[in-house]
Design a protein around this ligand. Sequence first.
Ligand SMILES: *[C@@H]1O[C@H](CO)[C@@H](O)[C@H](O)[C@H]1NC(C)=O
Ligand SMILES: *[C@@H]1O[C@H](CO)[C@@H](O)[C@H](O)[C@H]1NC(C)=O
Ligand SMILES: *[C@@H]1O[C@H](CO)[C@@H](O)[C@H](O)[C@H]1NC(C)=O
Ligand SMILES: *[C@@H]1O[C@H](CO)[C@@H](O)[C@H](O)[C@H]1NC(C)=O
Ligand SMILES: *[C@@H]1O[C@H](CO)[C@@H](O)[C@H](O)[C@H]1NC(C)=O
Ligand SMILES: *[C@@H]1O[C@H](CO)[C@@H](O)[C@H](O)[C@H]1NC(C)=O
Length: 299
Amino acid sequence: MNVVLIPFFLAASVIVNDTSKWTFGPKYSYDLNMTYIMKTDPQEPVETMTLISELKCRPKAADNLFCHLQNSTIVNIGKNRNTTREVETEQMFEIKFNERGVEGLIIEPPSRMEVVNILRKIANQFNVGVDWRKIERISQAGEWQFMARENSSMGNCATVYKITREELKTNTVEEEHIDFRLIVLPMIDDAISNLSIEKSRIACINPPRYVDFSSGILKMGRFVSKIQINNRFEVSTEFDGKVRPPLSIDSMNRMLSFKEIMQLNLKSIEPAQDELPSIFYGELIDLNINTDIPSNFIN
Ligand SMILES: *[C@@H]1O[C@H](CO)[C@@H](O)[C@H](O)[C@H]1NC(C)=O
Ligand SMILES: *[C@@H]1O[C@H](CO)[C@@H](O)[C@H](O)[C@H]1NC(C)=O
Ligand SMILES: *[C@@H]1O[C@H](CO)[C@@H](O)[C@H](O)[C@H]1NC(C)=O
Ligand SMILES: *[C@@H]1O[C@H](CO)[C@@H](O)[C@H](O)[C@H]1NC(C)=O
Ligand SMILES: *[C@@H]1O[C@H](CO)[C@@H](O)[C@H](O)[C@H]1NC(C)=O
Ligand SMILES: *[C@@H]1O[C@H](CO)[C@@H](O)[C@H](O)[C@H]1NC(C)=O
């Protein structure tokens, strides 16, 4: 059975023994790790925060995924004490796609702004954001580089794309007991391959002004992502900057180095257990963290 993992871009062929279990369609589970690190220059860590969560998504329409976060935990490692707490992130949302990638998010009111921004960053992980005429060249093995502008969660950026496609080294489908096979839709042939899309962004217009969960003022630096597709689907993003923290974090008001690392890995494709829920009062918002959302949508 073929299912759409990322509209217009990635499908999966799933081994199904009993089709009656799949009446509600597939459910995709991803492991999510977002880590924020603040350091003084040169190297003394001031604070590290990690959000660990499970992202669950289901295809809703040809251009739409229905998702929510489950079992979210925040681990804070501070200078004086460490804390772990569970956080409420059960909010449902939809990611809307077009041929270029992610068009926006549909969220339900009322939403907490910090959760909305995390959802924007998560949706950005699914954003391929490449002109398909260029990506069609991935049907041959090789490496291509080109530059284009991309609308991302961190603004509209000049982005250098590096796309590589090579043969899969081994038949890991059997070795790893994975019960699905990924299919990159723009590829004409059907060969299993090892594809990576790296994006390095500079000169972003309208970047975020603040750091999540903090009122520190941000000066954006490097923003790179890597989408890796072989038998697995993994996306990682690294974002660097300088931040002037609030006085409560650093009493000397020094500029700190800031790094945000995000990792999203596909863990499983399983049959969904129930009817797809609906978002009744949803509103389409764009990915950019700096774009305001209707005030009746914020809590
Ligand atoms: C499908 O059936 C095969 C052979 O009986 C079995 O090895 C495999 O684990 C089954 N897969 C699933 C997903 O149930
Ligand atoms: C989350 O990511 C950070 C940074 O890459 C890493 O140090 C940490 O071990 C990861 N945590 C988990 C639970 O995967
Ligand atoms: C994750 O959340 C689900 C439903 O909210 C709950 O049933 C399950 O026990 C949780 N799992 C863990 C590991 O906390
Ligand atoms: C906090 O956790 C880190 C990493 O797990 C550990 O090295 C450190 O000693 C802990 N600090 C305190 C105050 O418990
Ligand atoms: C980025 O967004 C702007 C405004 O929403 C739109 O006009 C433009 O076409 C988008 N660019 C890309 C590359 O998607
Ligand atoms: C895919 O390519 C990456 C780097 O190009 C390599 O590190 C990895 O081992 C390859 N994976 C497989 C399964 O061939």
